[in-house]
Design a protein around this ligand. Structure first.
Ligand code: 5GP
Ligand code: MN
Length: 330
């Protein structure tokens, strides 16, 4: 942490980026850290190439850069990569390879399987969100360096914490998470604004999409302990729905009282994308994801299957989950 503080103090221009398909933590940690740097006399750019969920569009007050060249990145002092477990999933423009980056890289994350090999790496898998780590960093720099933590910065970091912990419901919520959130609230965060955006801003087309998914595509196996759904492209087309707005779709599966593991399978370009969730740490989904070259956290993970049909992927997962549910049977 001290090495990162020194880097922030001793350099002037920063590009801040996160993982592709940005979620609340990717967006919140990138915009929060960018605001923090800009509020303290630095020149920082929030690079978010992929579209952000519609619900967050109105609360992001920091300008977002959507496109950048390798030369422009290399003319900054430092590239900061946040919340990106895999180097292959960093949300750089598709024509830029991470090997083309010649400036020092600071890698800050809370994913246990982080493989981004930065110049400086700070990986804390005990943190509920990358934004929680940034909040701790900001607090330290406020105390030791008199840096300002503005309301705007605090609101973005709060967004990251509240979304990645499911409003402090998930097992990644710790004493430190609440302390970081309390610290951010002391900076004037409007929690009504953030929670309205995160939780009360669903478009009707999404609700109809979710209702039809549950009615027509949900399957429950192993006495209801495994809830899974294959969402065909036709359902996305029918409701003009895009998974960039679908971070919470899987929650309907996890919410089922009998469900221990939930899986959502949906098309992404030509691949089959899988989202996995567990609600019992005796049955983690992280190892299942890693078995198929995916990754993420123990309780929330994902996989991308190239060149496989939905049925093939469904069967592979079914067998892997059967093994986990049987092996860990209490
Ligand atoms: P989600 O299900 O929300 O897409 O992702 C849950 C978690 O799994 C996130 O931490 C994300 O980084 C990770 N994840 C999702 N999809 C993939 C994937 O295709 N490959 C890897 N390595 N990790 C993924
Ligand atoms: Mn995160």
């Amino acid at each position: 942490m001290q090495a990162i503080i020194d880097i922030l103090k001793n350099n002037n221009s920063f590009i801040v980026v996160a993982h592709e398909k940005p979620d609340g933590d990717a967006i919140g940690s990138v915009t929060g850290l960018t605001a923090f740097l800009n509020d303290n006399g630095k020149k920082a750019t929030a690079l978010l190439v992929d579209d952000i969920p519609t619900k967050f569009e109105d609360i992001i007050s920091c300008p977002l850069t959507r496109m950048i060249s390798a030369n422009e990145i290399n003319s900054a002092d430092i590239l900061i990569i946040l919340d990106s477990a895999r180097s292959s999933r960093i949300n750089l423009p598709s024509n830029i390879n991470i090997d083309e980056i010649k400036i020092p890289i600071v890698n800050i994350d809370h994913h246990i399987d982080n493989n981004v090999n930065g110049t400086v790496n700070y990986i804390n898998s005990a943190a509920g969100a990358t934004a929680e780590i940034i909040a701790d960093l900001a607090k330290k720099m406020e105390v030791s360096n008199h840096w300002i933590v503005s309301r705007n910065c605090a609101e973005m970091l709060y967004l990251g914490i509240v979304t990645d912990t499911g409003s402090f419901k998930f097992t990644n919520t710790t004493c430190n998470t609440f302390q970081a959130a309390a610290y951010l609230l002391s900076k004037g965060v409007d929690i009504n604004k953030i929670n309205n955006a995160a939780y009360f801003s669903k478009a009707l087309n999404q609700l109809l999409f979710e209702a039809e998914m549950i009615n027509n595509h949900l399957k429950c196996d192993f006495d209801g302990r495994y809830a899974h759904a294959i969402i065909p492209q036709s359902l996305f087309d029918k409701y003009q729905f895009n998974m960039k707005d679908g971070e919470t779709v899987i929650e309907y599966l996890r919410e089922i009282n009998t469900a221990v593991i939930a899986a959502l399978l949906y098309p992404k370009d030509s691949a089959v994308k899988v989202s996995l969730r567990s609600k019992n740490s005796a049955y983690p989904v992280g190892p299942i994801a890693r078995k198929f070259n995916g990754g993420g956290h123990e309780m929330a993970a994902g996989i991308t299957f190239e060149n496989k049909s939905f049925e093939e992927v469904d069967k592979l997962l079914y067998d892997a989950i059967k093994e986990v549910l049987e092996k860990n049977e209490i």
